[in-house]
Design a protein. Structure first.
Length: 83
């Protein structure tokens, strides 16, 4: 059985019928969408989604930085005025 990571749950059929009221009742919190009592999707407020994407991008940039730091011992140092 999957863990549900939201305090509010809704079935797909109920979501189709009452989307606006369900979002309003959730008051900015995530909503787990259930299909046959199994979580299949989550609805999150747009500002929460934007923050999540921003954090993921920051995390990916951090991984690139660590990878490049590990490559530094193999790098050739060049001065700007030599280019």
């Amino acid at each position: 059985m999957k863990t549900i990571s939201a305090n509010t749950t809704v079935s797909v059929s109920e979501l189709k019928k009452n989307l606006s009221s369900i979002i309003k009742k959730a008051d900015g919190e995530p909503i787990a969408v259930l299909n046959h009592n199994i979580p299949t999707a989550y609805l999150v407020p747009s500002d929460t989604y934007d923050k999540l994407i921003s954090k993921l991008e920051d995390y990916e940039l951090g991984l690139i930085i660590k990878q490049r730091e590990a490559e530094k011992p193999h790098a050739v140092e060049v001065k700007l005025n030599e280019l």
